[in-house]
Write a protein that binds this ligand. Sequence first.
Ligand code: NAD
Ligand code: WQD
Length: 337
Amino acid sequence: MTRSILVTGATGYIGSHTCVCLLEAGWRVIGIDNLCNSSPRVLSHIARITDRELPFQVLDVRDHVNLCRLLQREEVSAVIHFAGLKAVGTSVSQPLNYFDNNIAGTLTLLRALHQHGVRKLVFSSSATVYGEPKHVPITEDAPLSATNPYGRTKLIIEQCLADLRQSDPEWRIATLRYFNPAGAHETGLLGEDPRDTPNNLMPYIAQVAVGRRKCLTIFGNDYPTPDGTGVRDYIHVMDLARGHLASLERLFNKPDSFTVNLGTGQGVSVLEAVAAFEAACEKKIPVRFSGRRPGDVASCYASPESARELLGWRAEKQLADMCADHWRWQRNHPNGY
Ligand code: NAD
Ligand code: WQD
């Protein structure tokens, strides 16, 4: 039987792009997703890009019985675990859903993997675990804290994974702290398709550009940053996908676990992001300023050095590529999939 990689959250934004990367690199991939925040139409788009089918099952990571059935049936040698809820604001109003989906879901998955002898895992963490960073660029040894229930789920899962590694050195776990994923597949066939009003900057700008929304509200122009707007580290989703490939390869080749930032190391302000998107779509994006969004920090960007040293990985695409690809996807799919 060929070794397979199980991808949870396979039809989601980052999961779908990573599946493309894995299939193109020759891995056998099995996808699962409960489709609570994605469309099964993603699968035909992945097949069109890669010319390969992605075996897929609608499955919730909290469903222990069916996870075990799948793991009995398939020879899974590693898991990339994307499945989870990610809206910071909703996590504040519905913390129990976030604890259940993200924490209980991950624990159920880990128990099933443990039972079936799978000991390699790549986990989607987030720069949110740095809370309010004291210094930028942020290195992996910076203090960790949670500023909202979503962030707490990532922090708690990271801690559970550390305990698991401690208990059994057979586990090889890659914890990847993503900064701000943006962009889309260069074909314009895959991209981010938020179900509700986008919380994140790039999808919001893209929906203004395509005419679905009138105006971008910029949250704060009085930050201690060069132009007063928030500074972030936007990273192309395909660079992020390649980071998963590099992590997986390392897990198979080296008997250790690691935690790395996946970011570019470049800070970009909201106004710079808007200007870059305007250049890509050749339209003016109407903006208005409002007060700061609660919980936002002034500036957050990665030191990508550990990822370079440990994985030989670095982000290759620029902000202009992210905007051009994001725009191609949005223009081709004004209403999503
Ligand atoms: P997404 O919502 O597009 O993808 C997540 C997928 O998981 C969705 O397809 C959803 O249907 C599925 N899912 C949710 N709960 C599930 C469950 N219980 N069982 C099975 N499937 C389930 O989000 P994304 O942007 O692709 O994020 C992927 C991962 O990366 C998440 O864990 C997220 O927290 C993390 N992350 C995302 C960002 C970001 O800004 N996009 C940043 C840092 C970390
Ligand atoms: C970026 C900048 C906003 C929207 C969030 C999560 C984090 C991670 C990534 C999952 C900020 C400004 C935004 C808008 C705006 N997700 N903005 N108007 O806040 O860095 O991180 O997504 O792990 O956990 O918190 O990203 O895209 O929401 O905001 O002015 O309509 O754009 O204030 O400065 P953020 P973002």
